[in-house]
Design a protein around this ligand. Structure first.
Ligand SMILES: [Zn+2]
Length: 162
């Protein structure tokens, strides 16, 4: 059971693609997920899509979701192949609008935690910063196949800045 007081992490993700929110939702559905993959998705133009209340558990970081708020920006990859045969490579593709929105969302999450009497020292980090051992329980998420998610050092950027 998720409680606001039990939350310890704000995890930053990239969507590892540039598909629409509808296509992302269809992907989650195809995997049989009942909950969205993230609490928030930030579009390339900085539009913030609120997908799930922070009080509810989203997917995102396998093994850590009860204690994590998951925030995702659209992108995080570049195609170094061709249109016909794309080869996706991790890349920090955040636009200025997305960077600003990410900070807004992190602040919102922190305010929500404070309001709900969470006294933990919240760790803000990228998906890739979670222990890989704990993620290895047999489910390979093709959506998350790029282990570099979110394609930049979120731990360094947000823990020092905010
Ligand atoms: Zn991720």
């Amino acid at each position: 059971m998720r409680t606001a007081k039990g939350i310890k992490y704000i995890a930053i993700h990239c969507s590892a693609g540039f598909g629409t929110l509808d296509s992302i939702r269809a992907f989650w559905k195809s995997k049989g997920w009942r909950s969205p993959g993230y609490h928030i998705l930030i579009d390339t133009d900085g539009t913030i899509h609120y997908l799930l209340d922070f009080s509810k558990t989203s997917n995102g970081v396998l093994g850590f979701n009860l204690e994590t708020i998951n925030i995702c920006y659209k992108g995080g990859v570049e195609n170094i192949g061709t249109l016909r045969e794309p080869i996706w490579k991790a890349k920090d593709t955040r636009t200025e609008a997305q960077k600003a929105a990410l900070e807004t969302c992190i602040e919102e999450a922190k305010k929500w935690l404070q309001k709900n009497k969470n006294t933990n020292k919240i760790i803000i980090q990228g998906h890739r910063d979670f222990s890989p051992d704990k993620n290895k329980n047999g489910i390979i998420e093709s959506w998350e196949r790029i282990k570099e998610c979110p394609s930049f050092d979120a731990k360094k950027e947000y823990n020092e800045k905010i």
